[in-house]
Write a protein that binds this ligand. Structure first.
Ligand SMILES: Nc1ncnc2c1ncn2[C@@H]1O[C@H](COP(=O)(O)OP(=O)(O)OP(=O)(O)O)[C@@H](O)[C@H]1O
Length: 312
């Protein structure tokens, strides 16, 4: 169990970055963190990894405190691996050595086999003999992921791990990591700017806003029951309309066109996205709304919108 007890952190007196974060996470969980830029996500992961000292509060893994650099000569914790934008590669070692030297607990043949499985996963086999300092940024990121998986740590912290990868590699590597996590019962924390990515991979999500963990919930709840427009917008397109004194938030897939009742709107435009159409409308209050449907709602000049059931 990873336990975070009222974590505070600041780089300077004037700027409190983390403001009392408490959380408990179990092995096998994939926990996503989203939130505003500069909100403290990367800092949070560095503290969990033992690379920064919390100003106040503590982190423990299975009952043992994770010590920060002020208490440990070599910073970090052997069971907690962080993949962030620093990559931390052995730049003068080859691509293959970077992975192989991290596989410690297997007999020689299995070690080599696992190394090639990982190189194949991140599609670096063709440059296995290249020194890491001579490979591109995207290749370095893929190598950093392969190294982290090679280490078989109990906790895997991923800070924007797919930022340089194309859609095909994101899917392939993401699916492999998810499978490996299940087999090894690893705890994984994933930080990403992309709410859709976090919903796809994570069983639970935390919303980190200005140093506070304002909500921990399931992807489904974050998507269909946002507490504010700001929070909900991280997870995809969101409509906001005023009804009397209240504001209603709803997803483009939640409402459907009806002949009578609902909210009156005027059709503006429709755009084809392959699997679905996006139709845009304007309400009497001037708000712009978007609806997803399997056809264009172009022909309808004035429609009402009625909420559909969204039970999971
Ligand atoms: N080494 C540092 N020294 C001083 N301030 C820092 C340092 N690193 C980060 N900060 C500041 O701390 C705050 C939190 O930064 P952090 O990188 O943790 O945020 P983040 O949520 O990961 O941001 P982003 O989503 O933009 O990557 C920011 O205001 C940032 O400018």
């Amino acid at each position: 169990m990873l336990s975070l007890d009222t974590l505070y952190f600041s780089y300077s007196k004037e700027h409190q970055v983390l403001k009392g974060i408490s959380l408990e996470l179990k092995p096998g969980e994939v926990f996503g963190i989203v939130g505003s830029s500069g909100g403290g996500k990367s800092t949070f992961l560095k503290i969990v990894a033992g690379l920064l000292d919390a100003t106040k509060g503590s982190v423990s893994w299975n009952g043992t405190q994770v010590k920060g650099p002020s208490q440990k000569l070599v910073p970090g914790h052997e069971e907690i691996q962080l993949v962030n934008q620093n990559f931390s590669l052995d730049l003068f070692h080859t691509v293959k050595e970077n992975v192989l030297l991290k596989i410690l607990h297997l007999p020689e043949k299995a070690r080599l086999q696992f190394c090639y499985e990982l190189l194949d996963l991140v599609e670096l086999t063709h440059i296995e003999d290249q020194q890491a300092r001579f490979i591109s940024g995207g290749e370095q990121q893929r190598l950093a992921i392969a190294r982290a998986l090679a280490m078989e740590s109990e906790v895997l912290l991923l800070d924007e791990p797919f930022s340089h990868l194309d859609a095909h590699l994101r899917l392939k590597i993401g699916a492999y990591i998810k499978q490996l996590i299940e087999i090894r019962n690893t705890l994984c924390i994933l930080v990403s700017h992309e709410g859709a990515e976090v919903m796809q991979w994570c069983s639970k999500i935390g919303f980190l806003d200005k140093g506070k963990l304002t909500r921990v919930d399931s992807p489904h709840e974050f998507y269909f029951n946002p507490t504010s427009f700001n929070e909900g917008a991280y997870f995809g397109e969101l409509n906001e309309v005023k009804e009397g004194k209240t504001k209603i938030l709803f997803r483009p897939c939640e409402y459907k066109a009806v002949e009578k009742g609902g909210i009156e709107v005027e059709f503006m435009d429709a755009v084809f996205f392959g699997a679905y159409w996006k139709s845009f409308f304007r309400t009497n209050n001037g708000e712009t709304l978007v609806l997803y449907a399997n056809k264009s709602l172009k022909k309808i000049k004035r429609i009402g919108l009625k909420k559909k059931s969204t039970k999971a």
